[in-house]
Design a protein around this ligand. Sequence first.
Ligand code: PLP
Length: 474
Amino acid sequence: REETIGLVDTAKEMIATAQKHLVQPWPTAGDIGAEARGGMVSGDGIYVTDSEGRRLIDGPAGMWCVNAGHRRKELADVLHEQAMALSYNSPWYTMNQPSVTLSQRLADYAPGDLDHVFYTTGGSSAVETALRFMQFANNVKGRPDKKMIISRQGGYHGSTYLSASLNGRPRDHDWMDSASEQVIKLSCPNPFRRPEGMSEQVFCDFLVAEFRTVIEKTGKERIGAFIAEPVMASGGVIIPPQGYLPRMRALCADNDILFIADEVVTAFGRLGHVFASQDVFGITPDMITFAKGVTSGYFPLGGVMISSRLFEDLRRSNHSDAMFAHGLTYSSHPIGCAVALKNLDILEDGLLDHARAISGYFQASLKTLEDLPLVGEVRGLGLMACIECVADRISNNPLTLDLTVGKRIDGHCQDLGLLVRPLINMCVMSPPLTITPSQIDEMVSILRTSIERTQDELVREGLWNGNSLSGSSI
Ligand code: PLP
C-alpha cells in the first residue's frame, strides 16, 4: 500500500508540474498551458504502466509507432552502442555508415525505382520534404506554375505549415491558418459514408471522375502532386474502395502529377510489409514518406523514398547549379538509422510474418463488436482498425461532436486496462505487431464491456434512445 501511495504522490506531482510548464500537442484554448494528460512511466511488450501503477494494453502502440513493442533490449542496446560509437555527425558535410546501410536496405524494399532516401526527423518533415522537392524539381524543369497539391478530406499529413495545409479532418483548420491557396481537397474515399444507394464500385468511379475533373478544371500544368495515405489513419482507418489507388495512380502518371504515398503509418509492418504501396495495393508511387514504425518509436526518424527517374530528370536539366536548399540538422541521424536497421532485423526475423498471420484474427475478433447497437462499423486492414460509433444505423449520422463517445469509451477502457485512441465518435486500434491471440481476446473483451457501459450511460443521460438495431444492413 505504501508503494501505491508513493506512486499516487508521484503522479500528482507530475500533473501539477505539467499544468505549470508542459504544453502538449493539440491543446484547446480553454486549458492551454494548464493541462495534464495521463502520465506513463514504463512499457513492456504491448503493455504500458501509468504513473498510478495501472497496467494498460497500448491499443494504439503509442501513436501507431511502437511496432516492435515496448522494452526491446536489442533496440535499447543499439541506441546505447551507436551513441557511444558516434552520437552525431553533420549531414551538411559528412555522412555515417548506419544511414548509408539503411538507405540500401530501404531501397531494396521500396517498389520500382524508389532507390533514394532523404532522412528527416519524423512524418511532417518527411511530407514537407516531398512537397518542397516537387516544388524544386518543377522550378528546375522550368515550370514554376506546376505546384498545386491535391489531398483529400479526412487525410492527415502533419503539423508543419505546408503539411498541415493538406489535412482534411474535422477541426484541423477551424482555428488555424494554412496555405490553402496551394491545396485542392478531393472527397474522402470512405465507403462507409458513400452516398446512399451508391455501390462501392460506382463510388470509386465517382472519386476517380472527381479527380479527373479537378485536373481538367485546374490544368495539369498547375498541379504538382497528389498525396494520399494508402489507408487513412487518423481520419479513422479508411480503406479506399477496391481499385481506387491504382486508378488514382494512373491518372497522376497520365498527367505528369507526382504521386506521393504517405506511408507514415502503413509502412514497417502495420499492414504486414515494409512498404504497403506495392505489396498491398499494387502501386508504385513517385515518392513514399515514412516515419513512426521505422524505429518503432525508439528514436525520432522519418524520410522520403524518391524515384531515381526524378533525379535523372534533374541531372539532365540545364541548371546543374540549382540547389535543393533543404536539410535538417538531424537528417541521417546515426542513432536513428542504427535503431532503424535493428528494427528492420526484428521485422525480418519473424515479426512481419507474425503481423500477416495474426491480422485475420485481429480483424475478425474486433468485427464481433458490430453486434453492439452503438457500433456502426468496425473496419480495418492488417493491424490497424477503427470502431466507428453511430447512434442510428439507418441514417449513419455520427454522434454529435460534444457527445465525445470515443472519450467515454476510452475512459472505461482505461479503468479496465486498455488504452484506445479516441477520435470523436471513433476508437482507433493499432497495437504493437507482437500482439498474441489471447491478448487480442483481452483487448476485445475490454472494448465490449466499455462500449456496453457507454451505451448504458448515454441512455441514462437521455442522450440516445439506445434503439438503433433496426436497419443494420451497413
Ligand atoms: N503522415 C501521416 C499519415 C501521419 O499519420 C502523421 C502523424 O500521425 C504524419 C504524417 C506526421 O508525422 P509526425 O507527427 O511524425 O510529424
